[in-house]
Design a protein around this ligand. Structure first.
Ligand code: HEM
Length: 471
């Protein structure tokens, strides 16, 4: 153990704490709960060694805020698993760091904005998507339909319009398959990169068992899909025309050659990152949102009453209604708290030898911010397991939130880049579905808010019946 490393169980040779971790995973069922157990024993900062990776878990609002606000922790882990996605190099945006990440984050935000991100155009795109999806739902009204991934393509479309200037048909079989593969990829490992990162040599011995084979297959499919889109752009883009989308803007920047981080491999990696980050989280959250409506019919009724009062029956909800739809907003905030779709956030890395809470953190240690522990803090939330939207409303019915204790999108310089889009999509789809339909349970099985484990939480398959509401 490094000197004054955060407390935790003793390391074994080669495997470190891997075996103990695995045992705890079997009993708790979820990676974030393994860490919760360790935190109960060792405190706010817990130090493990998983295979060859020093990995530190950080718990509670205070300590996590410190990680978010200190530059020492702004890095992302390096290693086999992370490089596998980016041609053996450190590329992309989610798992890159240093100057390349800074340039790419700035570029992405600037250009997503110029193609509508956070603006009226984005809302219009989302509205188009809600209309298409509601049409499809109306076609199957009254039937039992699966909801755990019903929003996959719809939420991706607004992002894809800004990135690639196109939308997908909601029934597009090829894309459905691709998104299924992405869901699978997110279930395959946890955010620390799993065994592929901790003991990469195992891929030579047991490539299937540690997920190497499946991982490669998923990546190859994604690359093939993206290569096609990028090559279409390359054929038609010119330096003299206004860029049509983010891919155009990137290709133009490559031609000017004033920044060597704009390469073919980087374009592919950036698209992969944005596509995956944008596709998985929002869709899962909406799946859970519908699940909550089935689990708590009285909350569903209250949301619908508020929609009828504030929006009326003559038009559909829009983003500017949000400030008046306080209860609906509180339901969505409570949802993000209770589900914490990225329970361990996205792994950070100490970029230099540093300390946290008096413990030494060697350079390159992986830091896992346990966002779940912030949202489940008994002292702060009192009854964290309960689904109670009222905790976000004061006596006057106004929304109240303490940013330190509510971190679904992380914080600091690494905070989620897609927050505005994610929130807009969630609000628009949720409110429009409830404005149009009563949501009823379709099967006689017990439904629970607990989802599949992985990099993100995903709702398990469930079906509902959508019953059209009267105008
Ligand atoms: C409900 C929806 C979403 C949730 C809960 C969510 C949550 C998060 C969290 C917790 C992080 C990690 C913050 C950290 O490192 O400490 C993150 C990062 C990120 N998210 Fe999201 N996200 C959502 C939607 C989106 C969307 C729609 C996009 C699409 C553009 C996106 C793109 C990203 C990117 C690119 C990063 C990495 C940022 C960086 O490393 O600089 N996210 N997100």
């Amino acid at each position: 153990r490094p000197r004054k490393y955060p407390p935790g169980p003793n390391f074994l040779p080669i495997v470190g704490n891997y075996l103990e971790y695995r045992k705890l995973l079997q009993t708790t069922g979820y990676h974030h709960l393994v860490w919760t157990k360790l935190s109960e024993r060792y405190g706010e900062v817990v130090g493990l060694k998983l295979g060859r990776m020093l990995t530190v878990g950080v718990f509670g609002a205070e300590a996590i805020k410190e990680v978010f606000t200190r530059e020492d922790f702004d890095g992302r882990p390096d290693g086999f698993f992370f490089r596998l996605r980016t041609f053996g190099k450190r590329l992309g945006i989610v798992f890159s760091d240093g100057q390349l990440w800074k340039n790419q984050r700035k570029f992405s935000l600037q250009h997503l904005r110029s193609f509508g991100f956070g603006r009226r155009e984005m809302e219009e795109k989302i509205q188009e998507e809600t209309r298409s999806l509601i049409e499809i739902f109306k076609g199957s009204a009254g039937e039992a339909i699966f909801m755990h991934k019903a929003f996959d393509i719809s939420v991706l479309n607004a992002l894809w319009a800004m990135m690639a200037g196109e939308r997908f048909d909601i029934e597009d079989a090829r894309l459905k398959k691709l998104l299924q593969i992405i869901h699978d990829a997110f279930r395959l490992v946890d955010i620390s990169g799993g065994l592929l990162n901790q003991m990469p040599f195992l891929r030579h011995i047991a490539p299937d068992a540690i997920g190497y084979t499946l991982n490669k297959e998923i990546l190859e499919r994604m690359w093939a899909f993206l290569a096609e889109t990028i090559s279409e752009h390359r054929k038609t883009v010119t330096l003299s025309q206004q860029p049509r989308d983010l891919i155009d803007a990137f290709l133009q920047k490559m031609d000017i050659k004033n920044d060597d981080s704009f390469t073919d491999d980087q374009l592919m990696s950036l698209c992969l990152d944005l596509f995956m980050a944008g596709a998985e989280t929002t869709s899962n959250m909406l799946g859970f949102a519908i699940l909550v409506m089935v689990l708590y019919p009285e909350i569903q009724k209250k949301v619908q009453n508020e929609l009828d009062l504030e929006v009326g029956r003559n038009r559909w909800p829009c983003l500017s209604d949000r400030i008046r739809l306080k209860y609906t907003e509180a339901v969505l905030m409570e949802l993000q708290r209770r589900v914490t779709v990225a329970p361990l956030g996205i792994a950070h890395r100490a970029v230099r030898d540093t300390e946290l809470y008096g413990y030494n953190i060697p350079r390159d240690t992986i830091i896992l911010t346990n966002l779940y522990s912030v949202h489940m803090d008994k002292h702060y939330w009192k009854d964290p397991m309960e689904f109670r939207p009222e905790r976000f409303l004061n006596e006057k019915g106004d929304l109240v939130v303490n940013e330190k204790h509510y971190v679904p999108f992380g914080g600091g310089k690494r905070r989620c880049l897609g927050e505005t889009l994610g929130k807009a999509n969630i609000f628009m789809f949720f409110s429009t579905v409830l404005h149009n339909f009563h949501v009823e349970k379709a099967d006689d099985v017990e439904l629970k808010l607990e989802g599949y484990d992985g990099v993100t939480m995903a709702p398990k398959p469930f079906r509902v019946r959508l019953i059209a509401r009267k105008d």
